[in-house]
Structure formats: structure tokens, C-alpha cells
Ligand binder design. Structure first.
Ligand SMILES: Nc1ncnc2c1ncn2[C@@H]1O[C@H](COP(=O)(O)OP(=O)(O)OP(=O)(O)O)[C@@H](O)[C@H]1O
Ligand SMILES: [Mg+2]
Length: 415
């Protein structure tokens, strides 16, 4: 039997929990045999940041990146490796700019999704730049902020066009709040977006490669309690629409590790945030769903490397626009056409077959790992570095409970 080894790189910021989990699961998984009886072995290494020659070949076959959205040096390393060395990346570094919400809103509006009305207003305080002042004086039109707000209608949200982590997000109910928020926005460029008020469900879906988990989310809860362990909280059709929207955004921009927020009211699905270069996969946030996320990451990394899937950094926008621009298709018909495009991009069927035939042991590997001391140590250490000392006992018990349920459900599914 022939053998080959793949090196998976993790390009990380401050996270320790999921990388440790990922490393443990890959180690426990052992070699994966493909249809030609070749055994694929895996090593996982954390990528370090250092000078690189543009012609130097990276040692990695695939990199899971969690850093390059914020730092230019690793971002440029990723672009070089994508262009020169066919390094497989889950999120295209060429469309990071679109992860600044604005471009993603535009693209999804063009595709006919029900993105709430959104207006981009000019800076409250322009950049401190001599040429800007000159240009602004000549060309910037004075505008009536109240009239803009009225065209959208209260309540609305003001939020940075490139935002993340709720920084600078304000709910606005009247003109006084509008002016206060705008005055405070300073040099940040802001969207005003119609609020979806009184929504029935906030669904947050996490997509990793060809898989998507739709979770019920409550933004008003503290971090550890935002995702609730609830199944079937959407009817099948709406659930499918939410999955399609997440995959569509991802296939469109070539993102394979991204989360998507949708608000559902009276059966209408409004996507409000779906450009997250570094979606939250902390064990303390995902808890019950954490093992699913780790499995999906391992499966996708293995699928891509064993099958030699080639990254596609070219955007196929025209194919999506051709669907969007057809007058004879209803919204539902367009959604199902987008689903086909997205599933074809992600090779969803081939991936499912691959997992069933080549990774059939993974579920058991993960259940055993959840039962292990190694996992418990990771959980305890993560709680200790996340919460203040007086809350450690409480949260260790809390997460042990949720993960035990997750392991039990996974064991039941195994039969
Ligand atoms: N149009 C809207 N209607 C209703 N609620 C909204 C709307 N826009 C934003 N929100 C609320 O504000 C929160 C933050 O907005 P948004 O997700 O756009 O910003 P963010 O900075 O990316 O946040 P995060 O990093 O947590 O995803 C949302 O999770 C939601 O609760
Ligand atoms: Mg958000």
C-alpha cells in the first residue's frame, strides 16, 4: 500500500481551544485510505510569521487561517502561496475586503436576498488629510440626515460598514438617538440599516466546507448562553433557505469557513451579517455544537487534501447574476438555483460520499475523545483562561454538562 503525508497549517491569533482540539482529533484519526488504497497521513503544525522569499515553497498542503484578516504580513503570505503554490485555503484572501460587510450586502441584494434597507452615510469627521478636505469642500453634497433616516424608517441600526464584534453598533429609535450616534461615529464609516424588529428567530449558521449548522441564537444573552441547544426550531423550508443563504454567500466569495446571521419574521428570512473571516468557534460559545465544528473542519481538510481539490480563487459572479437577473424566476426558484450552484462549488454530494466511505470512523474517534481526560483538561483550561476565578467551578460544571449531552447524542446516533 502506498503512503503520502499532508501537512496542515494553522495560522492563529490568540486562540488555544479549538486548535488543540483539532490537533488531538487529527492525531487520533490516524491515516485515511483513499479509493486507490493509498494511505494519507496527517501532520498539523502552527504557522509562524517570518520573512519569506516570494519563490519559496511553503511546506503546507492546506492552511486554516484565523489571523490574516487583521494582519497584512500573513495575508500577503497567503496570497503568495495561493497564487504561486496552490496552497489550499478555506477563505480566499483576495475577497477579505468583501468581509467588510458592505460588499457582501451589495452582492446579496443583487442576488435578490431580503437584506433590510441599508444606506451608507459619509463620514461624520472626514479623514485628516489635506487632499480630502479640498475634495470634500468641492464635491461633498450637504445632506439631511433626518430625511435619510425617514426614508429607511425607525427603528434602525447604525453600524460600521466594515464592522465586527458589535463595536459601534447602535440601535436607533428616534432623531435624537440618530444624531447622537452619528456625532459619536467620528471617523468610522457607517451604515444605517432598517431594523428587523420583533423577529421570531435569530438563526446563526456556521458553514465549514460543505456542511452547515443552523443554531438558535440570542444576542441579548451573555456570550456563554447565546447559542441554545434546540433542534427543529425552524420549519423545514425556512431551515433549508437559511442553509442555502449561508452556502450561497460562501460559494459566491470563495469562503469555506464563515458564519451567517439571519433574522426570521413571519417566515421571511432577512440576512443581516454574513462576512466573518474568523467566525467564532470557541468551545465556550459553541459548547454542544463544538464537536460538530471540529469534525466538520477535520473532514473538510481531509476531503480537500485526499481528493486534491483545487482552490478556486476566481469569482464566478456572472453565473449567479444570470440567475438573479431572470424575471421569470420567483424568489424561491432563485434560491433553489443558487443552492445548486453552491452545492456544485462545494461538491456536496461527493463530499458526503467521501465522508461515508473514507471517514466512517471519525464519529467514534470524536466520541472517545470527548470521554477522555485529554478533552476534560482542555475544557477546564479553557474555562480557566476565559472566566474570572470565582466562576471557574460553575462554568466547568456548566460546560461539562453540555458536552456530555453532546457526546451522549453522538453516541446514540452511532447506534
Ligand atoms: N437590521 C437589523 N435588525 C435587527 N437587529 C440587528 C440588525 N442589524 C444588527 N442587529 C443586531 O445587532 C447585532 C450586531 O450587528 P452586526 O452583526 O451587523 O454587527 P457585528 O459587529 O458584525 O456583530 P458580530 O461581530 O457579533 O457578528 C446583531 O447581532 C443583531 O442583534
Ligand atoms: Mg454579527
Amino acid at each position: 500500500m502506498s503512503e503520502t503525508t499532508h501537512l496542515i497549517g494553522l495560522l492563529l491569533g490568540t486562540e488555544e481551544d479549538w486548535p488543540t482540539a483539532f490537533e488531538s482529533i487529527v492525531r487520533r484519526l490516524g491515516p485515511v485510505t483513499d479509493s486507490t488504497e493509498t494511505a494519507h497521513r496527517y501532520d498539523v503544525e502552527r504557522v509562524t510569521v517570518e520573512p519569506f522569499n516570494l519563490r519559496q515553497k511553503p511546506r503546507y498542503d492546506l492552511v486554516i487561517d484565523r489571523l490574516a484578516y487583521w494582519y497584512y504580513h500573513p495575508r500577503e503570505w497567503l496570497k503568495k502561496a495561493a497564487l504561486m503554490d496552490d496552497l489550499y485555503l478555506l477563505n480566499s484572501p483576495f475577497t477579505f475586503q468583501s468581509m467588510e460587510k458592505h460588499a457582501a450586502y451589495c452582492a446579496m441584494m443583487r442576488l435578490g436576498l431580503k437584506v433590510p434597507e441599508t444606506v451608507l452615510v459619509p463620514y461624520k469627521n472626514p479623514p485628516d488629510h489635506a487632499k480630502y478636505a479640498f475634495t470634500a469642500q468641492r464635491y461633498n453634497r450637504p445632506f439631511d440626515l433626518d430625511a435619510v433616516a425617514e426614508s429607511i424608517g425607525y427603528p434602525m441600526f447604525m453600524k460600521p460598514y466594515d464592522g465586527g464584534a458589535w463595536v459601534g453598533v447602535t440601535q436607533i429609535r428616534n432623531p435624537a438617538e440618530l444624531h447622537r450616534a452619528y456625532d459619536e461615529s467620528g471617523q468610522r464609516l457607517m451604515h444605517l440599516q432598517k431594523a428587523v424588529s420583533g423577529f421570531d428567530v435569530f438563526a446563526r449558521s456556521l458553514s465549514i466546507g460543505a456542511e452547515t449548522m443552523v443554531m438558535k441564537f440570542d444576542p441579548d444573552q451573555p456570550m456563554h448562553a447565546r447559542y441554545s441547544v434546540t433542534h427543529n426550531f425552524l420549519d423545514a423550508e425556512v431551515g433549508d433557505e437559511v442553509v442555502t443563504i449561508g452556502r450561497l454567500v460562501n460559494a459566491f466569495f470563495r469562503w469555506e469557513f464563515n458564519s451567517c446571521e439571519t433574522l426570521i419574521k413571519d417566515g421571511v428570512v432577512a440576512p443581516i451579517d454574513y462576512a466573518n473571516a474568523c467566525p467564532d468557534v470557541a468551545i465556550t460559545s459553541l459548547h454542544y455544537y463544538f464537536p460538530w465544528a471540529m469534525k466538520a473542519l477535520v473532514k473538510w481538510a481531509v476531503f480537500c487534501t485526499v481528493t486534491g481539490r483545487k482552490a478556486r480563487y476566481d469569482l464566478d459572479t456572472r453565473r449567479y447574476f444570470d440567475v438573479a437577473d431572470r424575471d421569470d424566476l420567483s424568489y424561491e426558484e432563485k434560491i433553489s438555483a443558487y443552492r445548486q450552484l453552491a452545492d456544485s462549488y462545494f461538491e456536496t454530494e461527493r463530499y458526503a460520499d467521501f465522508c461515508a466511505s473514507r471517514l466512517a470512523n471519525l464519529d467514534e474517534v470524536v466520541v472517545d475523545w470527548l470521554d477522555s481526560l485529554e478533552f476534560d483538561r482542555l475544557l477546564v483550561e479553557t474555562v480557566q483562561t476565559t472566566f474570572p476565578a470565582h466562576e471557574h467551578d460553575h462554568f466547568v460544571a456548566h460546560y461539562r454538562g453540555l458536552l456530555a449531552v453532546s457526546a451522549k447524542d453522538a453516541r446514540t446516533a452511532l447506534g
